[in-house]
Design a protein around this ligand. Structure first.
Ligand code: GRF
Length: 199
């Protein structure tokens, strides 16, 4: 399975995926890493690992469409089976999503459909839920809304703030993303409406 990683920052999910591949746990290859931010630690890490890494700085383009066209051009050359959003802080247009239907996956730090959007961990603490977690899902044209592939549960402690909860969820994100990609690499699944069904 050929993976293209899109990220904007730290890149710990990308590194977790890379390490699972290096361990032989995940049968996949990272064919490119694309960051929209030149200063993203994740893209530096990709370079140091010898991966094909690109910066497509959205601030240098006059429109969302022009930025996406350049990302799509690079993706077209890399020819991925799956596009993996790993902390990619850009909304994808419906045209972008339509170019890779059910071939773009994302991870979100809550149990969707609870707490979509930004600051999901802070939303969970503020709401007072006793459990939260993370969700790996296919990307459709709506925010944090596509069919769910894997979820993992994380307890919310009484003394949590957004940052302690985020750290606990992040550990599970790394497991969840590898688990989801392993399931997809097995190839035996179908998307039936909202449901991702594994054989
Ligand atoms: C993670 O919390 C992920 O759920 C969210 O952005 C964060 C990315 O972290 N979409 P990292 O860059 O993978 O460390």
């Amino acid at each position: 399975m050929r993976l293209a990683i899109l990220l904007s920052g730290r890149g710990s999910n990308f590194v977790a995926i890379h390490e699972a591949i290096a361990r032989g746990e995940l049968q996949a290859e990272i064919v490119c890493v694309i960051s929209n931010r030149p200063d993203a630690p994740g893209v530096e890490r990709a370079r140091s690992l010898g991966l094909s890494a690109f910066v497509v700085d959205h601030r240098k383009f006059t429109s969302r469409a022009a930025h996406e066209a350049e990302v799509l051009r690079i993706l077209g050359q890399a020819n991925p089976d799956l596009i993996v959003l790993a902390g990619y802080m850009r909304l994808l247009s419906s045209e972008f999503v339509a170019a890779y239907p059910m071939r773009i996956v994302n991870i979100h730090p809550s149990l969707l459909p609870s707490f979509p959007g930004v600051d999901a961990q802070a939303q969970a603490v503020a709401y007072g839920v006793k459990v939260s977690g993370c969700t790996v899902h296919f990307v459709d044209e709506n925010l944090d809304a596509g069919p769910i592939i894997v979820q993992r549960i994380v307890p919310v402690r009484d003394d949590d703030d957004a940052s302690t909860l985020a750290a606990r969820i992040l550990d599970e994100e790394h497991v969840a993303y590898v688990e989801a990609l392993k399931k997809l690499a097995s190839g035996t699944y179908r998307v039936d409406g909202r449901r991702v069904v594994f054989d």
